[in-house]
Design a protein around this ligand. Structure first.
Ligand code: ADP
Length: 541
C-alpha cells in the first residue's frame, strides 16, 4: 500500500523561492576578480538569477542543454547555479586548472552550448576555442567596460549586458526531480576525465543531509566562507545548503592565500570555513607569522585529502577551533563521512582525540559504507582489516555521463579508496586502491609510508609508489624532495626503520626536484609508476 502524501518534486528553483520568502535580506559578499568587494542580498541574487533565466530562454536554451562555466567563487557564479539549473538546463562547472587537452575533451564530450567565463580564464578558453564544436557563444562574467575588445573568441558577450534589460520575474518550470541539474568531471589520473551528472533530487537531498544538525555545522547564524571552488563538486553543495538555511555567504574569488582569507574572515565576521588542507596550511602559517588568533570561527571543515594531526592540533590549541575532518568524492556529491565532535571525545586524552580526528569519521545519514575484499566479500569492521571502500546512497553516482554501463558492483559504488572501519563506524582511509602496494600477498599503505617519511629531517615532500618485483610482485619505492644535504637514502631508511614494519621499508629512496601534482592538487603517481616500473627488476634486487 502506498502512502497518501504529496509527491512535490525536489527542484533547485525551490531553494531560491524558499530563500526569497524566508531569508531575503541575507547577504552574499564576494571578493571579485577585479579586486573589489561586491555585496548584495539573496533577494538581489534571486532577481538576477531570474533575469538570467529569461536571457537564457531568449538565447534559445532548452531543457537538457548543457552550459559550461569557468569561474571562481563569486556572486555571478552563484546566479548561474540557480538560473541555469532552474530552467532545466545543466550547469557544467569547468576546472581551469585542467590541461588544455582535458578542457577541450570535456567541453566537447559534454556538448556545452555556451560558456560563461571569468575574466582571468579567457586565455585558457581562447587556446582551445577552435576545437570546441558545439559552443555557440562565450559570455564573460563582467561589466561592459571590462569586456575585452581584442579577444579571439567569436560571439563574445558581456554577462551584465545580457541580463540587464530582462524581467526580474520568472516562473520556474516544474519537471521530474530526477532531471539533470549539474555536471562535474573527475580529473581522471588515467584515461579521459569522466562526467558525474547530478540530478535536482540528488542535489537537494545532499544539501539537506549535509546541512542537518551534526553535519557541516551550518545554521542560520553561520557566516560561511567556502574556499573549496564552485567548479569542484559544486563547492561541496554549500551554495544550495546555505540558501536553504539563510547563512551569509562570503566568496573569496581567486584570492585564497592566508592573508586574503584572514582579512575576509575578519571583515565579514566569518565563522564557518570549508576547504582542502593546503588552504588551511596557508592560513595557519600566516596567523603564526603575524602572531594572531582566530576569534569568531567555530567550524573548519577540511576534506579532499587527509587532515594532518599537526593541523588538527594547531586549530584546537592556538585558535580554539575543532577541525571537522570529512571525506567524499565527486561521484558522491561529495560528502560521505564526517568526524564530528562527540561527548566521548570530551572525555579522551587530547592526543588520543587528535589521533581519532585524523580518521575520516563516520558515515553521515544518506551514505552507507562497507569494506570488501577483491572478490566482493564483506570484511569486518574491526578497525584493522583493510578493504575496498564501497558506498551507496541517493546522491551517489549510478553511471558516468554518456556511459552505457552501470558503475556499480552489486548495487554499491567502489570509491577506489582502501580503508578500515572501526566497530563504532570510524572510517580511516588507508590508500587509494591503485596506490596500495601488494607485496607478497600483504598490503602496504603508500600514504602511511609517505606520512611517516615526512617526519624525517630534510624530507620536504614524499611520494611512495609500488613497482614490479620478481619475488614479491610489488615493492615500495620512496621519492623524496629534500631541503637539506644531510638527508640521504641511509638517513631516511634509518629514520623509518623503527617506525614501520621491516617489510614495509622502501626498496629504494630516490631524490627528485619536484613531485607531479594533478589539477586538483593531488599527487599524480601514474607517471612515476610508469617511469620506474622496471627499477627493481633491472637492478636484479
Ligand atoms: P574531493 O577532492 O572533493 O574530495 P575528488 O573526487 O576529487 O573529490 O577526490 C576524491 C578522493 O579524494 C577520495 O576518493 C579520496 O581518495 C580523497 N579524499 C577525499 N577526502 C579525503 C580525506 N579526508 N582524507 C583522505 N583522502 C581523501
Amino acid at each position: 500500500m502506498l502512502g497518501n502524501m504529496m509527491t512535490e518534486p525536489l527542484l533547485i528553483s525551490g531553494i531560491l523561492e524558499h530563500a526569497i520568502q524566508n531569508n531575503s535580506k541575507t547577504e552574499i559578499v564576494s571578493k571579485r576578480v577585479e579586486g573589489d568587494i561586491h555585496r548584495y542580498s539573496i533577494l538581489d541574487a534571486a532577481k538576477r538569477s531570474k533575469q538570467l533565466a529569461n536571457a537564457l530562454v531568449n538565447l534559445g536554451v532548452k531543457e537538457g542543454d548543457v552550459l559550461g562555466t569557468m569561474a571562481v567563487n563569486g556572486y555571478r557564479h552563484f546566479e548561474l547555479y540557480f538560473g541555469i539549473s532552474g530552467i532545466g538546463a545543466v550547469l557544467h562547472t569547468l576546472n581551469p586548472r585542467l590541461f588544455p587537452e582535458q578542457i577541450d575533451f570535456i567541453v566537447n564530450h559534454a556538448e556545452d552550448k555556451y560558456l560563461f567565463i571569468d575574466l582571468p580564464f579567457i586565455p585558457i578558453i581562447e587556446a582551445v576555442a577552435k576545437n570546441l564544436k558545439n559552443v555557440k557563444g562565450f559570455i564573460v562574467l563582467c561589466d561592459k567596460e571590462n569586456l575585452p575588445k581584442d579577444s579571439k573568441l567569436e560571439n563574445l558577450m558581456c554577462y551584465e549586458e545580457l541580463i540587464k534589460d530582462e524581467s526580474e520575474e520568472f516562473d520556474w518550470p516544474t519537471f521530474d526531480e530526477n532531471t539533470a541539474s549539474s555536471l562535474c568531471y573527475t580529473s581522471g589520473t588515467t584515461g579521459n576525465p569522466k562526467g558525474v551528472l547530478y540530478s535536482h533530487r540528488s542535489t537537494i537531498l545532499h544539501a539537506w543531509y549535509s546541512s542537518a544538525g551534526n553535519a557541516m555545522n551550518l545554521t542560520s547564524k553561520s557566516v560561511v566562507l567556502p574556499v573549496v571552488p564552485m567548479f569542484h563538486v559544486n563547492a561541496w553543495g554549500v551554495p544550495y545548503a546555505a540558501s536553504m538555511l539563510g547563512c551569509k555567504l562570503v566568496f573569496p574569488g581567486p584570492f585564497t592565500d592566508g592573508e586574503s582569507i584572514y582579512n575576509l574572515i575578519n571583515d565579514e565576521g566569518v565563522n564557518n570555513l570549508l576547504g582542502v588542507p593546503t588552504v588551511w596550511l596557508g592560513l595557519l602559517n600566516y596567523l603564526d607569522e603575524k602572531d594572531i588568533t582566530l576569534k569568531n570561527v567555530n567550524s573548519v571543515l577540511v576534506g579532499g585529502s587527509a587532515a594532518p594531526k599537526s593541523m588538527i592540533k594547531d586549530f584546537q590549541e592556538k585558535h580554539n577551533v575543532f577541525l571537522l575532518h570529512g571525506w567524499g568524492m565527486t561521484e558522491m556529491s561529495p560528502l560521505g563521512t564526517l568526524n564530528q565532535d562527540t561527548a566521548e571525545m570530551d572525555l579522551m586524552e587530547l592526543d588520543d582525540r587528535y589521533e581519532l580526528q585524523t580518521s575520516q569519521g563516520r558515515a553521515i545519514y544518506g551514505c552507507q559504507i562497507k569494506i570488501v575484499n577483491d572478490e566482493g566479500g564483506t570484511l569486518p569492521n574491526d578497525g584493522k582489516t583493510f578493504g575496498r571502500l564501497m558506498v551507496k546512497g541517493p546522491a551517489i553516482i549510478e553511471r558516468y555521463y554518456k556511459s552505457s554501463e552501470s558503475a556499480l558492483e552489486n548495487g554499491w559504488f567502489d570509491t577506489g579508496d582502501v580503508s578500515t572501519i572501526s566497530p563504532d563506524g570510524y572510517m580511516r582511509i588507508v590508500d587509494r586502491s591503485k596506490d596500495v602496494i601488494k607485496s607478497g600477498g600483504e598490503w602496504i599503505s603508500s600514504i602511511d609510508l609517505e606520512n611517516t617519511a615526512l617526519g624525517c629531517p630534510g624530507v620536504l615532500e614524499a611520494c611512495v609508489v609500488g613497482v614490479a618485483h620478481e619475488k614479491w610482485d610489488e615493492r615500495p619505492l620512496l621519492f623524496v624532495v629534500k631541503n637539506s644535504d644531510e638527508c640521504t637514502k641511509e638517513s631516511v631508511l634509518e629514520y623509518l626503520s623503527d617506525k614501520v614494519a621491516k617489510w614495509w621499508l622502501p626498496d629504494d629512496v630516490i631524490f627528485i626536484d619536484e613531485l607531479p601534482h594533478g589539477a586538483t592538487g593531488k599527487l599524480l603517481k601514474t607517471g612515476l609508476r610508469e617511469d620506474y616500473k622496471n627499477h627493481l627488476i633491472t637492478k636484479g634486487d
